[in-house]
Structure formats: structure tokens, C-alpha cells
Design a protein around this ligand. Structure first.
Ligand SMILES: Cc1cc2nc3c(=O)[nH]c(=O)nc-3n(C[C@H](O)[C@H](O)[C@H](O)COP(=O)(O)OP(=O)(O)OC[C@H]3O[C@@H](n4cnc5c(N)ncnc54)[C@H](O)[C@@H]3O)c2cc1C
Length: 392
């Protein structure tokens, strides 16, 4: 179902009357990621709700309908030397191909290395329009950065995986594109890299991202520095070189920096990963990250983690790991006070995508309020361990 704006409310009201389950969607680029949806409900896509409603470069805000492709929005903002300070979603192409919709980005709520400087998608959201399961349209937040009116539904619907309501429109804050950017790749002994990461996080250098990465070219720290002044960045690079004589510091050309950032977004993944991968989302306290990255199973995977957030993605071909090894990695993560979500897993494995959160009763109570007939994205409620599908 790909309704026009004018058809949406009636369609949702009709589905509600028949208590029919349905799955909110955007471009459908990552609809099968995460826990399997129960009863294979019809998909309601926002693909036709794809208008840029209001672009205010002076106020650094933009309002778009939820089905607007992320790549289209970034291209439009680039005309004004502005951008949404977010990474391309994992699995996108180098220029944002297959990066999905803005509504899907918010509904999944994931962020990459740029979170270090610009925070996550949740923090860039200043207004939201939604449709509840009963067809009631609602709004929260506003169109300007400084608005405090009402209940913060933006934060509640971010990372709700389509389980609470259909996001119909979002207002986001934009940023000026940084005039100057420098990229560095630091490699060397793990302990020296960990010490450098700690120093960088505590320093006043203008790091946009400090990513721990492991890929075909080995592991190391990817650093992106941004400023209005090339001179400032020159001094910062010299300072980093001085700080870590035992590390190899490679300066990256702009396209090399994009390529390395792209690695963290799954660019250039080979077919065996694209078709039947392990794709895991892990998170620990930043101080525990070096211990996590030393874990044996992660040696068989490619990964990218924000040094300042402790959050990241790890991926590998389906035959690189067995299910029990991923379960063991999850226990190891738990032992470090962290978490592991399985976003994709090879056919034939059925590891729960996530486990119960301590706040499960509250989550279920909120779900009952928003979706009393349990119609939306059945079996996919973040914080509630999904029940395995029959026969899996
Ligand atoms: C750095 C980074 C890494 C990411 N990595 C991943 C990743 O590994 N896996 C992943 O799944 N996503 C990831 N994302 C999120 C990714 O942005 C979204 O999955 C993507 O944008 C999907 O867009 P889509 O329109 O194709 O959504 P779809 O594939 O159609 O849907 C994706 C999800 O969003 C829900 N949804 C979509 N549109 C709406 C709406 N309007 N209202 C309510 N719910 C909606 C769907 O029910 C589904 O759960 C990442 C994002 C970033 C920034």
C-alpha cells in the first residue's frame, strides 16, 4: 500500500476498524532487518509522502514528509552549503544510494561516527507529525530550534521500529557544511591506539568522528577533524603526530577519508556479506570498548565503533561465525554492561534480535496506549524480546 497524502487517514482508519495488522515502511530498503514480523502483515509505505515541506536555511531547519529519500534531502541541503550531520545508513552506496527514507532513518534511530560531534538522529529532530493506529493525526515539537511545547514524542518515536505510530513528517535541524576537513588514519599497537583515543576524547581538538575500525586494511583509528580554518587543522594534525610517535599517522585525501568513512557504512561489502550476513549492533561504555574489541569473535568480523559513544556495527559473511559464537559475544557484551542486537543473521539461525529491557512493562504499557489493537509491526517492539516464529 503506497497511499497519497489525501488517502492515508481513511486507509489507516479502515485498517483499524478491521483490526488488521500492518507494517509501516519507507523505501523498504531495510524492512527485513531485525526481528521477523509476525503474520506477514501488509506493508504501508510512505514512498508517496516525499515532499520537502519547508526549507529554512537561515534558521537551519528543514521539514520533510517521512517518505522523502535521505539522499534527496542531503542533495537539496547541499545547494545551501548545509547538511544533516548524519552518516549514510549501513549498506548505502558511497553517494547515498539505497539510503532509505528520512522517516525510516528516524524509525530505526541508528547513528554512525558523526555522532561524536553532532549527536544522534534523535538529537537533530525538533518536530514530528504522526498518525496513530486509529487514524488520529498528531504533531509534537515545532519548526524552530528553540521549542519546548508539549510532550517529546520525537524522542519516543525515534528507534520505535514502526511499532507505535506511522511517522508522517519530521522537522530537523541542519548544519553548515564544514569549510575545512582533514582525515587521519592511525595504526599501531592496540594499547597505544587506546591511549590516543582517550587523549583525543579528552582534548579540545575539533574531532568530528573518532572511529575504531577493522577492515580489509587492518584495524586502526579513523579521525575526521573539521574547522573553519585550515591553519587550525594544520596545527591539530601536528599536535597529534607529536603526541603518538609509536603510531603510524597517515594523512588521508578527501576521497580517501570518504572511502574510510564508507567502510564503516558497509560500502564495498562483498556479495557474501550483502546476501547472507551477520550484522550486529553492539554497545558498551567507551571505557570498555578496547576490551570488547579484543574479543575473539570480533577478530573474524569487520567493524566500526565510535570511540566516544562505544556504539558500533560489526559484520561478516554468514559462514564466518556460528550462532553459538554470537550468543557468546552477546554474553561477553552483557558482562561489560553493554548490549548486542542482531540486525541480520544467516538463514537457518534464529537468535533473538534483542532481549527484554528492564523497562519492558513500561514499554508494553506505552504500546497499548498508542496501538490498543496491537496492529503495528507485530512482533517488533524494541525492548521486548521477540517470540520465535513457528517453524524457525
Ligand atoms: C550510520 C547508520 C547506520 C545504520 N545502520 C542500520 C542498520 O545496520 N540496520 C538498519 O536497519 N538500519 C540502519 N540504519 C537506519 C537506516 O537509516 C534505516 O533503516 C533506513 O533509513 C531505512 O529507510 P527505509 O525508508 O528504506 O525504511 P524501511 O526499510 O522501509 O523501514 C525501516 C524501518 O523503519 C520503519 N519505518 C519506516 N518508515 C516509517 C515511518 N514513516 N513511520 C514509522 N516507521 C517507519 C519500518 O517499520 C522498519 O522498521 C542506520 C542508519 C545510520 C545513520
Amino acid at each position: 500500500m503506497r497511499p497519497e497524502d489525501s488517502e492515508l487517514q481513511e486507509l489507516v482508519q479502515d485498517l483499524h476498524q478491521r483490526a488488521s495488522p500492518w507494517l509501516p515502511a519507507g523505501c523498504g530498503s531495510r524492512l527485513d532487518w531485525g526481528p521477523p514480523v509476525q503474520a506477514a502483515p501488509p506493508v504501508l509505505s510512505t514512498a508517496r509522502l516525499n515532499r520537502i515541506v519547508a526549507l529554512n536555511p537561515e534558521d537551519f531547519t528543514v521539514t520533510v514528509q517521512a517518505g522523502t529519500p535521505l539522499v534527496v534531502l542531503q542533495q537539496e541541503l547541499a545547494h545551501h552549503r548545509q547538511w544533516l550531520a548524519l552518516d549514510w545508513p549501513w549498506g548505502s552506496g558511497p553517494r547515498g544510494e539505497n539510503s532509505g527514507s528520512v522517516g525510516g532513518l528516524v524509525a530505526r534511530g541508528l547513528a554512525g561516527g558523526y555522532r561524536q560531534r553532532y549527536l544522534g538522529v534523535r538529537d537533530q529532530l525538533i518536530g514530528i507529525g504522526l498518525m496513530r493506529a486509529d487514524g488520529t493525526a498528531a504533531r509534537a515539537g515545532g519548526q524552530v530550534v528553540k521549542n519546548v511545547a508539549g510532550y517529546d514524542l520525537m524522542r519516543l518515536l525515534t528507534a520505535s521500529w514502526g511499532s507505535l505510530a506511522l511517522i508522517t513528517e519530521v522537522t530537523l535541524r541542519t548544519l553548515p557544511q564544514p569549510p575545512e576537513r582533514r582525515g587521519l588514519w592511525l595504526s599501531g599497537p592496540a594499547q597505544a591506539l587506546a591511549a590516543m583515543a582517550r587523549w583525543l576524547l579528552d582534548s579540545s581538538l575539533s574531532s568530528e568522528r573518532i572511529d575504531w575500525q577493522q577492515g580489509a586494511a587492518g584495524s586502526g583509528l579513523l579521525l575526521s577533524l573539521a574547522s573553519i580554518s585550515a591553519q587550525t587543522l594544520e596545527e591539530q594534525v601536528a599536535c597529534i603526530r607529536e603526541r603518538a610517535p609509536e603510531l603510524q599517522v597517515q594523512e588521508l585525501q578527501p576521497e580517501e577519508l570518504l572511502e574510510r568513512i564508507g567502510h564503516g557504512q558497509g560500502h564495498g561489502i562483498d556479495q557474501s556479506v550483502a546476501t547472507s550476513p551477520w550484522l550486529l549492533r553492539l554497545g558498551v561504555r567507551p571505557s570498555a570498548l578496547a576490551s570488547l574489541l579484543a574479543e575473539r569473535s570480533l577478530a573474524r568480523m569487520h567493524w566500526s565503533f565510535g570511540a566516544g559513544s562505544g556504539l558500533g556495527l560489526a559484520w561478516a559473511p554468514g559462514d564466518a561465525l556460528a550462532g553459538y559464537q554470537v550468543e557468546a559475544l552477546r554474553r561477553f557484551c552483557d558482562g561489560l554492561g553493554g548490549h548486542l542486537a542482531v540486525l541480520r543473521q544467516p538463514a537457518g539461525t534464529a537468535i533473538p534480535a534483542w532481549r527484554d529491557a528492564p523497562s519492558r512493562p513500561l514499554i508494553e504499557a506505552i504500546k497499548r496506549q498508542f496501538d490498543p489493537k496491537q496492529q503495528l509491526a507485530p512482533g517488533r517492539l524494541p525492548g521486548v524480546q521477540p517470540t520465535p516464529l513457528a517453524g524457525r
